[in-house]
Design a protein around this ligand. Structure first.
Ligand code: ATP
Length: 227
């Protein structure tokens, strides 16, 4: 792994039923870097993310995350890897029968932290996303944008070095999307690396960062002005 990379793919290939989806990919995300990953439906973006949190193993090549060789990581070490990642995905939604506070606390309880520490940390991250005052509410009482901010607070609770965000502005109106992007930008400015999958080209243009496109199994940097 090169010295300042928090994620590195070396010659990574993935096929499904002999159909290559990722073909000899080399990729690196620097410490504290913000990068977008774009590409058409079926281009392989989800497969790319699944490799990072070890939901999928490459057919060839190596994947390193936060200094761990994910490809050879033992199953029992997978939770340790995932705690290094803040995951903001559509399918990691809030528990509907728990309050905002409990939803965030839950991610710390599973790591066995002390109650007093959990309380302090939950209030801290809810403060960071501007939702301390909603801590006793149920998720259904919150707008879509607020719910997404709670998901981000939950992802921040374990102080990960890397945030993986899959379409975090996907179902939101422009104002709520801007709030989420301002928040991700703020988080990135504090030094966390962010890898964000998106179809939202308006957002990419408004908040310009390195943009990589997956197509035909390859990954290439694109000029956002041409999107
Ligand atoms: N478990 C699987 N078995 C077989 N084929 C799969 C499997 N997972 C994904 N694929 C195929 O691999 C290709 C890439 O899928 P992937 O979900 O990674 O793309 P994507 O870019 O995330 O798409 P989307 O934007 O629609 O989420 C698609 O053609 C998909 O049908």
């Amino acid at each position: 792994m090169s010295q300042h990379a928090v994620i590195e793919f070396q010659n990574v290939s993935v096929s499904y039923n002999h159909q290559p989806v990722l073909d000899n990919i080399n990729f690196s995300l620097g410490n504290g870097e913000f990068t977008y990953l774009i590409g058409q439906t079926g281009a392989g973006k989800s497969s790319f993310l699944r490799l990072i949190y070890r939901d999928l193993l490459p057919d060839n090549g190596t994947v390193s995350v936060a200094g761990m060789d994910v490809s050879s990581l033992k199953d029992k070490k997978v939770p340790y890897l995932r705690r290094r990642l803040g995951i903001v995905f559509q399918d990691f939604q809030l528990l509907p029968d728990r309050t905002v506070y409990e939803n965030v606390a839950f991610s710390l309880q599973v790591t066995g932290e002390k109650k007093s520490f959990i309380k302090q940390r939950v209030l801290e991250v809810l403060g960071m996303v501007g939702l301390s005052h909603k801590r006793r509410n149920m998720p259904e009482d919150l707008s879509g944008g607020e719910q997404q901010r709670v998901v981000i607070a939950r992802a921040l609770a374990n102080e990960p070095r890397i945030m993986l965000a899959d379409e975090p502005t996907g179902n939101l109106d422009p104002a709520a999307s801007a709030e989420i992007m301002d928040l991700l930008k703020q988080i990135n400015n504090r030094g966390m690396a962010v890898l964000m999958v998106t179809h939202d080209y308006d957002t990419v243009k408004q908040y310009p960062y390195r943009t990589l496109k997956l197509a035909d199994g390859e990954i290439n940097e694109v000029d956002t002005a041409a999107l």
